[in-house]
Write a protein that binds this ligand. Structure first.
Ligand code: GAR
Length: 225
């Protein structure tokens, strides 16, 4: 049988923004370098010069940029500098992978419908920080992570996909976080592949997957196993 799909689709140019360890970046980079994710990571940028994720990027010979907010008088000028640094690499998509600064409306508008984020909860539940402890405190039985398009509303942009994760009676915030992170590392490359293959778009806050408008996030259970 002859397959009509292109075995070597063009690679989607992206940049990654991170503030911390960079395990999501590492998972994305591994999928890309193993050939299962057609993206070209053009640079990794951070607001924290000491971020371990930046070090990891350097060890992979990827270009890195660190822009500390301390070197700028305000949030606007920091984001303007960030835009300039990012645009140098002409990415199509900006991947937030544990980038922990709130973005200005100027930044979000500049990359409208082209910024993705991963968040450790099943959005719209548990926006903000400390989501694993809050899930336990609220005695939820299910937790997980979401990949969404970024808008001006913090953790409020259209959600593409959910990876649900069960909460066990024996869990503490640490064990739960570990299970959610496992799911994150599979969810983010999956969603990026949909975008890279041209299957997923966002227009005026409406997500389309394979030509159909999504009425709710795609649910991908079992990614933590
Ligand atoms: C991830 O768990 C991600 O969901 C979270 O930061 C962590 C970064 O880990 N992001 C947010 O909370 C954004 N609101 P990593 O540096 O190991 O990828």
């Amino acid at each position: 049988m002859v397959s009509s799909s292109n075995p070597n689709p063009p690679k989607l140019p992206v940049v990654v923004l991170l503030s911390g360890t960079g395990t999501n970046f590492t998972a994305i980079e591994r999928a890309a370098s193993h050939g299962s994710l057609p993206i070209d990571i053009r640079a990794v940028l951070s607001d924290r010069p000491q971020a371990a994720g930046l070090e990891r990027a350097r060890s992979l010979q990827l270009p890195t940029v660190a822009l500390s907010p301390r070197d700028y008088p305000d949030r606007e000028s920091h984001d303007q500098a960030l835009i300039k640094a990012i645009d140098h690499y002409t990415p199509h998509v900006v991947i937030l992978a544990g980038y922990m600064r709130i973005l200005t409306p100027t930044f979000v508008a500049h990359y409208a419908n082209r910024i993705l984020n991963i968040h450790p909860s099943l959005l719209p539940a548990l926006k903000g920080l400390h989501t694993h402890q809050r899930a336990l405190d609220e005695r939820l039985t299910e937790h997980g992570c979401s990949v969404h398009f970024v808008t001006e509303t913090l953790d409020g942009g259209p959600v593409i996909a959910h990876a649900p994760v069960p909460i066990l009676t024996t869990d503490d915030a640490h064990t739960l976080a570990a299970r959610v992170q496992k799911a994150e590392h599979r969810l983010y490359p999956t969603v990026l592949e949909w975008i890279a293959l041209g299957r997923l778009q966002c227009q005026r806050e409406q997500i389309f997957l394979d030509g159909s408008a999504l009425s709710q996030p795609v649910r991908l259970p079992g990614l933590y196993e």
